[in-house]
Ligand binder design. Structure first.
Ligand code: ADP
Ligand code: MG
Length: 705
């Protein structure tokens, strides 16, 4: 806090709870709503449902005991009588509202038993010499122990002391038809009585638009600054030499889709640049991202550089390892497998081969980026299902290599730390940073991509390979599970394979595990003629791998699984999936799970078992997943349902969330901010800097994974 504003420590700690740490935070603590104490309404003009202020004399005051204990007063003005009713009251209030007192009461009028009444109105002593307020009274979000009056006083003080020069030039504001910042803030805290209150509450007023625009612009600027900083680094130029890639293409039993070709071109172009690629490859489940990644990897290998290919789970990493080994061994390339579950001896061996540069491509879990793994010539890092990596893992990644390169300081314009796995350990004077390809099957709606992912380049695979039969989704009440058993039996006897997904149990991993084990036992008894397998997260990795291999080979008909199979698992012959307690799962998860089937030519069925009663949210989710198969559409609806926080997943805790703007409702402002950010950084960096200083000065460093 600046010395100009004295705030007692007790109040400061309350303010901190509201996220207020500096005078500018007070300025930006905007009202939730307003009370109109600028005028007095005659009692005869009160309308039910409308909030108004009346003034008059208390002519009756009594504590009633029926239907509940309450204080009931009658306030009379020249035009009539209104009842004031208090269910909870203090003796002091009773005294304040004694017969004969002149009172101003502000509250919502409604038709009561005796006539017009106000329940729990806000009361002041009135009278001729009490001036009416000149502006609407702001009501702020607050916290226990911090009264509105105190909060209001400190905000007012901040508004009177903090200098708020505009960060944007007047000509630009004119062009954008936005009001000045200072005037906007003042207006929102103290709106004149004749203002369009509706527009304020809906945040549609020009003053609100200015605040939202500034916030969006700050977010865009900071993301684009990161983007530019990374582009200033040096990466190895991985030219498309095509010594290996054509052979892999020839060996594939399919040709790439138009969409795969398009994204591959974008990646190949990026890899050939002398600065590190930061590309997010998005594609719905089953769109064929793996083969694109493999071809990108070959381009690095063709240039004599190493590739690290990382997946979030052992099952998925191992599946990639097996697939890439099949694809690459005929080309004379032997991938190395590295995961946390390897024996120490094998791990050391793998790490040695990586360090000596014998390994061209290492595939594994985040164990790939542990301290003791040093790549000799890392050119490309591929991260599959990047949204699945937790904050901790991304931090570990990011901090790898920092000591060698050093921090660039804490100013928002230079707060980008070297990112882990980014800095290649190349001997010599120059620090090389590897290229990064991140993949995600959780589709990111356009507005989200434009805002929270503005620091990345994005490629989208927007079509599925041909020959897929659409998945049929059925919602079935758990009470009818017997029918589902018969469907599973019939399908498996026709040589189809099925998944049985056990419910998510939030409170307890142990319970979740037990449920899976119990379900496996029950289903084994129900289907004596079938081979029923079990896979869950707590299983030891070798065992997990064995079960998955058996399922892939068709030796297991029905695989009981926890949600560990959610990401990436690819067994094309599996065409039936049953998900228990689907009402507990999120949309992204349901979509991911369902994407495990529908990968072959056979028609696939996904049965969502649900148990009543359904919450409103669960009902909405089931309806969306039932009606849609397109992941982008589902994500878009999910965004509408829950807002961006949840969709961002792990990324959320690393990115400053928007407080004022709403990326759905303010999509146009967002687009304008996006374009302006690049323009400012290019043409008037000092303006960009001033704007960032104002908005980001106190923000924690962003995480960028
Ligand atoms: P995801 O994008 O979900 O990671 P995968 O890479 O696992 O998808 O691909 C899903 C399946 O589609 C795999 O069996 C893969 O071999 C196959 N596939 C990929 N590209 C094509 C294509 N162009 N034509 C036919 N099948 C393809
Ligand atoms: Mg995948």
């Amino acid at each position: 806090m600046t010395p100009a504003i004295k705030i007692p420590p007790a109040v400061q700690s309350k303010l901190a709870k509201l996220g207020i740490h500096a005078p500018f935070d007070l300025v930006l603590h905007l009202p939730l709503r307003y009370e109109d104490e600028t005028q007095i309404t005659r009692v005869e003009n009160l309308l039910p449902g409308e909030t108004a202020q009346v003034e008059g004399e208390i002519i009756h005051s009594e504590v009633m005991y029926r239907p509940r204990r309450s204080l009931v007063c009658q306030l009379q003005d020249a035009s009539g009588i209104v009842f004031l009713r208090f269910l909870n009251f203090y003796p002091s209030q009773q005294k304040q509202l004694a017969i004969g007192k002149t009172i101003r009461a502000l509250g919502e009028a409604r038709e009561g038993y005796f006539g017009m009444e106000m329940v729990h109105p806000k009361c002041h002593t009135g009278g001729e010499n009490k001036a009416l307020k000149q502006a609407l009274t702001p009501v702020y979000p607050t916290t226990a122990g911090l009264p509105q009056l105190t909060l209001r006083k400190h905000i007012l003080a901040a508004l009177n002391t903090v200098e708020l020069p505009d960060t944007l030039p007047a000509a630009l504001l004119n062009k954008l038809r936005l009001p000045a910042f200072d005037a906007s803030v003042q207006l929102l805290h103290n709106p004149p009585p004749q203002i369009d209150e509706e527009a304020l509450l809906e945040r549609a007023h020009p003053a609100w638009r200015r605040i939202k625009f500034d916030e969006l612009l700050a977010q865009q600027l900071s993301m684009r600054v990161h983007y530019r900083k990374r582009h200033e680094r040096i990466a190895p130029q991985l030219l498309a030499r095509d010594t290996h890639a054509p052979a892999l293409r020839k060996a594939l039993p399919f040709s790439l889709t138009r969409a795969q070709e398009k994204v591959l071109q974008e990646i190949r172009h990026d890899l050939a640049q002398a600065h590190p690629m930061q590309r997010l490859l998005q594609g719905d489940v089953g769109s064929g991202k793996t083969v694109v990644a493999a071809l990108a990897a070959l381009q690095a290998i063709e240039n004599g550089y190493q590739v690290a290919f990382m997946a979030p789970t052992e099952i998925l990493a191992e599946q990639h390892y097996l697939k890439l080994r099949d694809w690459m061994e005929p080309l004379g390339i032997s991938p190395v497998w590295l995961s946390g579950s390897l024996k120490k001896k094998d791990k050391t061996l793998a790490a040695e081969r990586i360090a000596q540069g014998e390994t061209q491509i290492a595939i594994g879990t985040h164990a790939l980026f542990q301290k003791d793994v040093e790549f000799s010539k890392l050119g490309l890092v591929i991260v599959d299902e990047q949204h699945k990596f937790g904050v901790q893992q991304r931090l570990a990644l990011r901090n790898k290599g920092t000591s060698a390169v050093g921090r660039d300081g804490d100013s928002p314009l230079s707060n980008s730390l070297p990112q882990a796995g980014e800095r290649a350990n190349v001997k010599g004077a120059i620090d090389f940073f590897p290229h990064q390809l991140m993949m995600s099957a959780t589709p990111i709606p356009r507005t989200l991509a434009m805002s929270y992912y503005a620091d990345l380049d994005v490629s989208v695979i927007d079509e599925l390979p041909p020959g897929r039969t659409p998945i049929v989704t059925k919602l079935i009440n758990d009470a009818r599970r017997e029918e589902v058993f018969e469907r599973v039996r019939a399908a498996c006897l026709k040589n189809r394979q099925a998944y049985w997904v056990c419910p998510l149990i939030d409170e307890s991993e142990a319970l979740e595990l037990q449920t899976a084990i119990d379900t496996h036992e029950t289903l084994t008894q129900i289907f004596p003629e079938l081979s029923v397998g079990l896979v869950h997260g707590k299983m030891d990795n070798a065992e997990k791998a064995r079960v998955m291999a058996a399922f892939k080979a068709g030796e297991i008909h029905l695989l009981v699984a926890t949600t560990v199979i959610e990401v990436g698992v690819d067994v094309p012959n599996a065409s039936l999936m049953v998900i228990e307690h689907a009402e507990r799962m999120g949309l992204a998860q349901l979509h991911q799970l369902r994407g495990r089937v529908g990968r072959g030519a056979a028609e696939s069925l996904c049965v969502l078992l649900f148990q009543k009663p359904l919450s409103e949210l669960a009902r909405a989710r089931l309806k969306i997943i039932f009606e849609n198969t397109d992941g982008f559409e589902i994500a878009q609806q999910d965004l509408r349902l829950r807002g961006p926080g949840e969709l961002l997943g792990a990324r959320q805790s690393g990115v400053a969330m928007l407080r004022f703007a709403d990326i759905n409702e303010d999509a146009t402002l967002l687009e304008t901010a996006r374009n302006l950010a690049d323009e400012l950084l290019r043409d008037t960096p000092e303006v960009a800097h001033a704007h960032l200083q104002r908005w980001m000065a106190n923000k924690p460093d962003f995480l960028h994974a």
